[in-house]
Design a protein around this ligand. Structure first.
Ligand code: PMM
Length: 264
């Protein structure tokens, strides 16, 4: 999954794809580099980010989604807003990606149920302005699994089919660096939920810990590609990345080694 943030203020690529034309061109580049899916977002979830109105978000993403659909490119809409998800569905989006797992907007479950689209439910505790202060857990792995299991139950009770659901541990959201590494190291803990799992580590703050102090944000692309391989080995359904070219190459290496093992 290639990231396309159509925002002036996103965490690592903010402002670069703010016009519809530039955004569509970047999506085509990501597809050429090997993305199977383009995740289109119009509201930054960067730590400390403020909210934008659904209208502003929709003005940013809907023209891009419409054009990508016309070009036959598979998309997801990265939104917390049920209204945006519903309009995105009408514009031809393939997947709804909600970093709050339905907690931010009480209308989201109903939209997901009515559209029947696949729905990525991420582990989330609060909006960007306050999420860092909620990174308290006795056992972060067990708690994240349990809180996602709660979301699954609530969503199913609201009419969402189990077959629509994809889970995401929400790395970087209400988790400190150590907690992010712990959850990543135990992706197998989500297996008992019996649902596909996607993972988003791309360029996130906790990756700074494996890099020199003066490293730039793009230097996080190498650890991102390595973690993408480890996530794939752990059975992840998808990885969400900014640097599609690097991660695609890393995944191709893994696929090549896997096929050589099967062939031997
Ligand atoms: N991370 C960000 C935004 N959307 N969606 C899912 N499903 N999982 C994530 O980890 C995730 C997401 C924040 O990253 P960005 O600001 O660099 O796009």
């Amino acid at each position: 999954m290639g990231v396309l943030n159509v925002t002036p203020d996103s965490f690592s690529d903010g402002g670069r794809w703010a016009s519809t034309d530039a955004a569509v061109r970047h999506a085509l580049d990501l597809q050429t580099e090997g993305a199977d899916l383009i995740d289109v977002g119009g509201e930054s979830t960067r730590p400390g980010a403020g909210r934008v109105s659904p209208q502003v978000e929709q003005d940013r993403v809907l023209p891009v989604l419409t054009e990508l659909h016309r070009l036959g490119i598979r998309t997801s809409i990265d939104t917390l807003n049920a209204g945006t998800a519903e309009l995105a569905a009408a514009a031809g989006v393939d997947i709804i990606n909600d970093v709050s797992g339905g907690l931010a907007d009480p209308g989201m479950a109903d939209v997901v149920a009515r559209t029947g689209l696949p729905y990525i439910a991420m582990h989330w505790r609060a909006h960007a302005g306050s999420m860092d202060s909620l990174a308290t857990y006795d056992d972060v792995v067990a708690t994240v699994v349990a809180e996602l299991a709660d979301r699954v139950a609530v969503l199913e009770a609201a009419g969402v089919k189990r077959s629509q659901l994809i889970l995401d541990p929400g790395l970087g959201f209400s988790k400190d660096a150590e907690q992010n590494w712990r959850v990543f190291a135990r992706l197998d803990a989500f297996d008992p939920l019996g649902l596909p799992v996607m993972v988003g580590v791309s360029r996130k703050r906790f990756l700074a810990g494996v890099l020199p102090d003066n490293a730039a944000i793009v230097d996080r692309d190498l650890p991102t590609a390595i973690l993408s391989v480890l996530a794939a080995q752990a059975g992840a359904w998808a990885v969400r990345v900014h640097d599609v070219a690097g991660t695609r190459t890393a995944l191709n290496v893994l696929a090549r080694v896997d096929s050589a093992r099967i062939g031997s």
